[in-house]
Write a protein that binds this ligand. Sequence first.
Ligand SMILES: [Zn+2]
Length: 604
Amino acid sequence: MAHNKPVSEIRVEREVRLSSPPAVLWPLLSNTNRLNRSLGLPENDVSRSGAYERAVRARVLGLTVSWREAPFEYVAGRYYALRREFDNGPLARFEGGLRLEPDGAGTRAVMSAVVAARKPFPRALARVFAEKAASDLARLFRTIDAAVLPSGECGCLPRTASPSNEVLLGARAQALRASGANAAAAERLIAHLRSAPDDEVSRFRPFERADRWGLPRLQVLGACLHAVKAGLLDLSWEIMCPNCGAAPESVGALAGLRKTSHCDGCKISYGVGFDESVELRFSVHPSVRAATAGVFCAGSPAHSPQAVAQVPLSPGQARDIELDLGARSYRVRGLCEKCSVLLAPRADAPSELSVNLSDSAKPRELFFKPGAVRLRLSAGESELARVEAESWREAGATAALVTSLNEFRSLFSSEVLAPGLEIGVKRLALLFTDLKGSTAMYERVGDATAYGVVRDHFDYLTAIVSARRGAVVKTIGDAVMAVFGSGADAVEAALDMQERIAELDAKLSPRAPVVLKIGVHEGAAIAINAGGVLDYFGTTANVAARVQNESAGGDVVISDSLRGDPSIREVLDRRAPSEESFESALKGLAGTHRLWRLRPRAVK
Ligand SMILES: [Zn+2]
């Protein structure tokens, strides 16, 4: 082996002045995965070696070169640094870095590289190699700077977008346009699939796209769901590691989910939860475009977009980093210790914080003053520390949310869990309705007419549930069970149902007017496959059904815990139903329960 041969070191530094600010350029200039691909560097064959270190092999000029790559160190908008130790080939080591500094309205980008070549590899040749790499990158940086929009969108760099099959894309785009999907979202999506880089059309997150495009998240999600039906997209459910945020497992249908999953990197097994670990993503259909999301830089910050900073720590070492934190929450994670501390914004909080990731008495929550923050990170053992924006995980289209949308349930009615599998959902809202006095109605108007009334009333309820971003789970006799991702949406839907009952009665006239009983409750539940339907069971479902029993008709009954939620308070303040509290012993449940009877203002 060539390990012991002496090396000669070359240092290169290059400065580029760019017209866009660091915050806009950072996601593009730190995406070394895409930059390397554009530069024509070979695809990497990556395996694990030690905690978060990668062993990488690549074919270079007909030769297989292997190296170990430590996790990048970086602070978003400011700098990154990488280090590769080669096992073979002419180089022993490569260290690269980029520093971004504000320069008026633009950016001063300083690249640096240290190349350690093994003798007898000529020093002059090593210098040529380093200088060329710096020139190539500088050229790409200028190309990006010339093309980037304030939104962060950037045209394609050479070699980063595979061509699309225009005939198929055109035909399927027409099918999407005819599907009833939101037109603006559909057009934006079609343009995206035609020309965005491969890594942005592979396993992309619909809500991230929506935020980038300035379109409502559910409209873009809806367009993506219709695009799957039109053959433009494939969907996948990514099962995300709670520690590192990577998706070590992915299934093409909910039926492929299992109760637990495993992350090789973090060496942990974890329970799969519907709203925490399972996220819907989309990829361009391979017949429309053969996009590949290959690895061209194993440690690239692009692989962990949730992190605004990543710092490896040696045992006992303390590192100070300066970073720009907005007025939102962040989490400092120790990936090795699998621990975290929440950072919450507060105007009167300090701008200097210290987090020791191995201190068992470490606080669960710290406050910071939004703006430039100096953070001291330390750990007793080797650690990989990350600062993550909490909003990144919140931008996931979780299985809990997606399966509570009527659009999803009607387009993908076969998307259910494997029989017998139970998956936890931390929070969802269930709404139950029933028709008051339906037995008497059947006797009065006859079975055929009564059945027509019941069916029309189902249509009325389904339309309201759908408009309030919920889904009808099932009907039980004359009763409806609906699910919502948010309790506020469920309460709004319930109030809509009662306030607009005259619309239904007009449609039912002269057959029979109806009186609706409605109950809403929110909490944790278990998702299951009940006879081919994605259903929910558990205490929350029981309570919601019992709460509905307490409805007298024309009113909406909600649980006290639901009413205490600030988002519900906002709905009640705005819609101002009369509110009356009462205690009730709910059938089959222990103790008495405090409930609230809401009477919409519009109802007599
Ligand atoms: Zn992990």
